[in-house]
Design a protein around this ligand. Sequence first.
Ligand code: SF4
Length: 467
Amino acid sequence: MRSLVLIGHGSHLNGESASAVYRYAEMIRARGLYDEVIEGYWKEEPSLRQVLKTTASTDVTVIPMFISEGYFTETVIPREMGLGHQGPVPPEGVARVLGGRTVRYTLPYGVHPSMSDVILARAHEALPDASPEDIALIVLGHGTTRNENSNKIVYQNAGVLRQSGKFAEVHALFLDEDPKVGTWPDVVKSPRVVVVPFFASEGWHTLETIPEDMGLEGAVTVFADNPHGTQTVYYAKPVGTHSAVADVILHLAEEAAGASGSDGDTERAHDAAWATFMDRARGGLRFGEVMVQPESGMFELRHALDEGRPGHELQTLVTPEGVRDQTRRDEGGHHRPVHTLRNMPRGWRAVLGEPDLIRAVQYLYPAVIEETYAHTCHTLRPTPWVTTARRQTGIYARVQKATPAQVEEVAADVCGGCLRTRLWAGDKLPQTFFGGVPGAIPCAEACTFLVAEVREEVAGKRGGGGG
Ligand code: SF4
């Protein structure tokens, strides 16, 4: 049995931030090569602290869904996942045994050598009749930032594609460092130029900054008065959204497993948690804001406040992904980075078989079944606030300056709207939903949403959501 975990950044504010990771997880899941494909996030749930608990097997491969190496892949992810590693990740990755699971952590997908094929695929999409004689390729990177070291990989890919002889000339240009993208008319001589942004996703830079800096007006722009004569620029979509990235992820995962492959067992605590959940679900269970009822060999899941409403008044969902997408936003359309906040939208019901019910609940309440079951077994260990605060680095290091009164004030506000009980603050939870109290869910550790809010408080800027 094998688990593949894709780690994304996520966002406390933007509900679309996790979409790319969802999409790749779905594509890889559909290929059936892994027993499960799980997603985890820095700023959403399951969090980096929780995600390993949500894996069903003892053999776990973790892929950072980042375009380049840097602060997140070298510091934040290994630290938060407890990998006991900091700094550059070696080409063979990092392997650890954690709580009975063998965990392999790889380099981010963006530095894999096969990304040059993805660049090529994007270039051919933008300019299908490309012939080497008159085509220049620009691989366009962001440049090194506080969090990313992306120029190295852009130069490497440009070098590989130059060597391939598939283009008359290949250039590496950058948004934020020399050689800058705006200099392209001086350095590119060919009459046709294809530009491939080496970016993870479509966004402000790919949609606005790059076109502005290059003087582009759309997918194809003709420049009649350039120093090297008339030149036509073909602007490709970013590499990070190409479907071939799914192949890159699988290459990385298989390389991490080594030539002999890998195979784990069912993880016992995880198995016991879900067996307990299904046992309760067969008799009808309320947990958090939802209720599950057996129904003609299937299960019906709905918001508990919709109890008794006729099915035709509710939107019927039939897939775990449907449940995920229906509950990603509250009724006001706001993103829900913390799923246990009491703001789950009403008006839907899901009719699902057992495996899909489990996946739907994993989307609905990430890590809740595993953590609540561990709490009932007295194996869920709370992490006090000071330990969480001391671990923070970068822009979050400032939460170490928060006074206990500040933390309590912010927690009263943020956690006051959450179903979870703050074990990390010393609160007690004698019963859980397994014992018949639907809203009784443990919180073992301050979530990143709260950490971000405490940071805002310390900075005197509090009033909005986290970053
Ligand atoms: Fe909920 Fe507060 Fe725990 Fe975050 S820290 S999960 S808001 S109880």
